[in-house]
Design a protein around this ligand. Sequence first.
Ligand code: NAD
Length: 495
Amino acid sequence: MSVQDLAQDYLATGKLGTLPDGHFINGKLTAASNGKMESFDPGRAEAFAEFSLASAEEMDAAIGAAEKAAAHWRRVAPGERCRILNEVARVFRANADRLAVMEVIDSGKTLAEATGDVNSSARLFEYYAGAADKLDGRSVNLGPDYTAFTVREPVGVTGHIIPWNYPTSTFARGVAPALAAGCSVVAKPAETTPFTALLMAELLSEAGVPDGLVNVVTGLGRDVGAQLARDPRIKQLTFTGSVATGVNVAQMAAPNITRLTLELGGKSPLIAFEDADPEKVADGAYWAIFSNSGQICSAGSRLILHKSIRGDVLDILAERASKIKPGHGLRSPDMGAINSDLHLSRIKAHVDAAKSRGVSILTGGDVTTDCETGKGWFFQPTVIADLQPNDPAVQEEIFGPVLSVQNFETEDEAIALANGTEFGLIASVYTRDVGRSMRVAAAMDCGQVSINDYWAGGLELPFGGNKKSGYGREKGWEGLDAYTKVKSITVSNAS
Ligand code: NAD
């Protein structure tokens, strides 16, 4: 079926062909033993399927299978790992339509966004396929009496706790480097987006990934997610989600000294100086906050404007934002849905609280529905102007299509505002002054800075945060570090 047929069929029936049922353990979908939970289509606010809630025994079996498979996989020749990971990318592409439509229905994003996520998932497997046979150590010069070198060894079984905003690409950005490095995987997708990880596990198996190497267990974070974080067989835990759950996961992993990568979100600034083109700034800010309905850890949720261009930029931005037509992701809307009613209520609570403080809302500010059907969980694209640095709308992650605007006069002031939250994920600087762009980039306390563009970069670049945005890096060559441990070997040359 073409992607259009799949979409039409779903929109007409509310049902999506065959969905993976159970947990993917040791190379196959296993019947679930512990009850089910409804999965909702956010674009309609209606349940479309049920998924399985894993028992502790099922999670235990998945970790056991991964432990057994890791012992074998670390001995597989790097060239063979490379071949299999490239095949995964090919199989993902061949199934891109199915994956993307499933992702739209599970997450609420638009088909264009979901297709982009599936493509970048395939690219992540290609990228790390190319790394599998290049994980070299280095030779170290200790003088003529010794030969010394390092090797990079796989860490073993890795756990992956996946969020709901990028279910496919967050799965791929952890699983691909783990497999390239010789590790095995147990992944737990978010409660509201369980299906694509199961389908991806099936596709990995079809591509030749050995049984037990990648296991997917669905269920509640506080149950099986916590079990994964606590299990001493897990040697690296990769977590993406909220700061509160990240802290909890870190505490649970601490007694085993489990290695951790934490990707915990942000309140990332786009700074625009007086010499920037207001049209370009407005365009950058638009995509920075309204892509994926603002449900992005690295969303540009703060716009920090020089006072001289404030009026021009906000006029353009507010007008464009007010014309956005939200709708079900399969109907090619301008903006998709909010992932759950719980999350929609969190966004509304943030904005209602801002309204009660008397802030200036230039556009939006309330929940809405699919402009065609009147259904679904949506929030109006919202721009809040002229905020003070300590305003909660500046300090707290809202994780929705809500932009907080701050104003400045001097470069020092702009830097202080940009760094003035507890987060430090990414930042963007718009200016024609090269020297200033480099000074400000150097002053940003965050993991990534782009100049005169917001979403510059890709999976080839390391990505991750400072401060409460987390630690560790994913993507790029540095994304392999979490999955390897360095061993130094020294040989005495004495006769
Ligand atoms: P969350 O952090 O609770 O959930 C993320 C993942 O952690 C899910 O897979 C969940 O099942 C799992 N989890 C939950 N409790 C757990 C536990 N005790 N032990 C182990 N795993 C557990 O996030 P949420 O409640 O879905 O969203 C809350 C906020 O988190 C959002 O408003 C947003 O600000 C932030 N968030 C950030 C990202 C990101 O990309 N950094 C992604 C999703 C949510």
